[in-house]
Design a protein around this ligand. Structure first.
Ligand code: IMP
Length: 195
């Protein structure tokens, strides 16, 4: 089965290709097609992932896989959530998002700094059926940024049971416990069944 990945992020494409080796799918990327960008304007990770997968499947005529992910912080009622990439507003980057998060958490005591990364992957098949797979990693928000690996909120996220932030881990260690990996494992198990 041909599957188009609804992302232009080279790191994600690489990770998904690696993960899918050994199963009978041919991974194509958006670079192989001329499809318009899809607005991520749904109000859940699942809604955004489904919207992208369906649009790309319709545009290409192949099955499509897309993902949406972000950080949910308990003390902020789940924010930044679906707004993770643009939490600090127009022109936000990783550094400004992290600064805004730490400022919002300034008076939050250690025992209330719980958070989770969430990833939702959607698979849209050419017969119109849709499947979603969710992964999460629980943890807590640091008082200050620590480490320089990874991206996004990695410098302020302590995965539960580990004494270091994601940004102090090497890529392999982070990937092995990430929300994206957990969702991808579920997608892979499903694809194994249907191919
Ligand atoms: P997207 O799903 O790639 O659009 O991710 C949305 C945003 O969530 C990113 O821009 C990051 O700010 C944040 N995010 C998602 N996954 C991670 C992660 O593994 N580490 C750090 N930040 C993440």
């Amino acid at each position: 089965m041909d599957i188009v990945l609804a992302t232009r992020n080279a790191k994600k494409i690489e990770e998904i290709r690696r993960m899918m080796s050994g199963i009978r799918v041919n991974i194509l990327s958006l670079a192989d097609f001329d499809c318009p960008d899809v607005q991520e304007d749904a109000d859940t990770f699942e809604g955004n992932a489904i919207k992208k997968a369906v649009a790309i499947s319709k545009c290409t005529g192949h099955a499509a896989v897309s993902d949406d992910s972000g950080l949910e912080v308990d003390a902020l009622g789940g924010l930044p959530g679906i707004y993770s990439a643009r939490y600090a507003g127009d022109g936000a980057d990783d550094a400004s998002n992290v600064r805004k998060l730490l400022a919002a958490m300034q008076n939050v005591p250690n025992e209330s700094r719980g958070a989770r990364f969430v990833c939702c992957i959607a698979l849209a098949l050419t017969d119109g059926s849709i499947y979603t797979f969710e992964g999460e990693v629980k943890g807590s928000i640091a008082l200050n940024p620590e480490g320089s690996s990874g991206f996004g909120y990695d410098p302020v996220f302590y995965p539960a049971g580990h004494g270091i932030t994601f940004a102090r881990m090497d890529a392999g260690q982070k990937d092995s416990m990430s929300h994206r990996r957990a969702a991808l494992e579920k997608l892979k198990a499903h694809l194994k069944k249907i191919t």
